[in-house]
Design a protein around this ligand. Structure first.
Ligand SMILES: NC(=O)c1ccc[n+]([C@@H]2O[C@H](COP(=O)([O-])OP(=O)(O)OC[C@H]3O[C@@H](n4cnc5c(N)ncnc54)[C@H](O)[C@@H]3O)[C@@H](O)[C@H]2O)c1
Length: 362
């Protein structure tokens, strides 16, 4: 099995380490220290609490670790302020490096901290959730939320390396693991039919599933390829936007239900079903594909419909604010076939309203 793969971005290319990632991490820290480069790490209290010796064993000093609360609220101006001041107090300079130890929340916050401190210092990702291993730690999207909305402030800031230590997942709560599976299912639907079929033929995935490390690698390979081709999501059609299959619906659900009611991956699971329904309505795939997608989502303990009905008009308003829309028209990622996503422009709002009823919206 490959030990690492590279995200090809010319002089900003970087490796994602799999096998032996822990020793690669330790040697990277040692190298940085040899060059007299200060290091700091921002850690999630959940990951740090579950693995209290990990960072010290990797080579960090206690004084270099900032532990922040877990949860979406940590992606805030207040925690950004705390993080920037921690770097300043630790005398980090332009040759210093910041590491993130946690899931997507800490990765996004620490990445943006690294992007903005001294106009940008080196950044490394140590993802600890399934979602961050297969998705958020790769690709360089960083940012925080405002009370007005999610990810409204941010920057593209690629890491120098990503260290994927799958053993860290042993302590991940099952609900969080399932949320990460939603992104895995998404990759099968958008770019890898054989991954989709593999998921379809397995009852259930958990941290003990022997094929999990290779599935994580496959997802990272897909993301790396897409990011190489369209790093800042500027392609006229297709491109990086395809990674958002199901996400327009998901972001609307999270926004209208209130952040925290659904885990991001749970909202994505419902969004994947709705994106499949939309693909059927647009005549792109057969109706029978809906039950295939639904079955995989159900077998991974993910929701297929809303917990409580949400208002269709609120959901439609949230959809209008989606970053993928162009010229005020609704734009979705749909499927031409399982394993082949496309962007669909100018989707009819009446059709979209009808799709929402399939999830139980009123
Ligand atoms: N930048 C990107 O490209 C990108 C992509 C997808 C999602 N995201 C962002 O990622 C965030 C969601 O990330 P997430 O799903 O990883 O959630 P998260 O970072 O909130 O972590 C989930 C929970 O798991 C706990 N945890 C983490 N690792 C653990 C471990 N090994 N053992 C025990 N507990 C552990 C945390 O304390 C937290 O309570 C959202 O803010 C979303 O916007 C970013």
């Amino acid at each position: 099995m490959t030990e690492s793969l590279t995200v090809e971005l010319a002089n900003r290319s970087y490796p994602i380490h799999f096998n032996g990632a822990l020793s690669k991490l330790a040697s990277t820290i040692k190298e940085l220290r040899k060059g007299k480069n200060n290091v700091c790490v921002i850690a999630d209290i959940g990951s740090h609490g579950a693995h209290p010796n990990f960072l010290i064993q990797a080579g960090f000093l206690e004084s270099e670790i900032l532990v922040l609360p877990s949860g979406e609220k940590t992606k805030s101006i207040e925690c950004l302020n705390q993080s920037l001041r921690f770097l300043a107090k630790n005398n980090l300079n332009r040759d210093s490096a910041l590491f993130a130890f946690g899931g997507g929340v800490i990765g996004d916050l620490a990445g943006f901290t690294a992007a903005s401190y001294l106009r940008g210092i080196d950044f490394y990702q140590i993802p600890t959730t399934l979602l961050s291993m297969v998705d958020s730690s790769v690709g360089g999207k960083t940012g925080i939320n405002l009370p007005e909305g999610k990810n409204l402030v941010g920057a593209f800031w690629q890491p120098k390396a990503v260290f994927i230590v799958t053993e860290l997942l042993q302590t991940l709560p099952m609900r969080e693991f399932s949320a990460g599976m939603a992104e895995v299912i998404k990759y099968g639907m958008l770019a890898d039919k054989s991954l989709f079929c593999e998921l379809e033929s397995s009852d259930f995935f958990d941290t003990q599933t022997p094929s999990l490390p290779s599935i994580i690698r496959r997802c990272c390979a897909i993301k790396a390829q897409v990011v190489t081709n369209d790093e800042t999501e500027t392609a006229i059609s297709g491109g990086r936007a395809l990674l958002n299959l199901g996400h327009s619906f998901a972001h609307a659900i999270e926004n209208v239900a209130g952040y925290g009611v659904y885990l991001h991956g749970e909202a994505v699971a419902i969004g994947l079903i709705l994106a499949t329904e939309l693909s059927v309505k647009l005549g792109q795939i057969k109706e029978s594909e809906i039950s295939r997608v639904r079955a995989i989502i159900e077998s991974n303990a993910l929701p297929t419909t809303l917990k409580d009905p949400l208002s269709i008009s609120d959901l439609m308003q949230a959809l209008q604010r989606d970053k993928k829309n162009r010229n005020g028209k609704l734009r979705f990622v749909t499927m031409q076939a399982i394993g082949k996503a496309i962007t669909s422009e100018d989707v009819d709002s009446q059709m979209t309203e009808m799709i929402w009823t399939r999830a139980g919206a009123k």
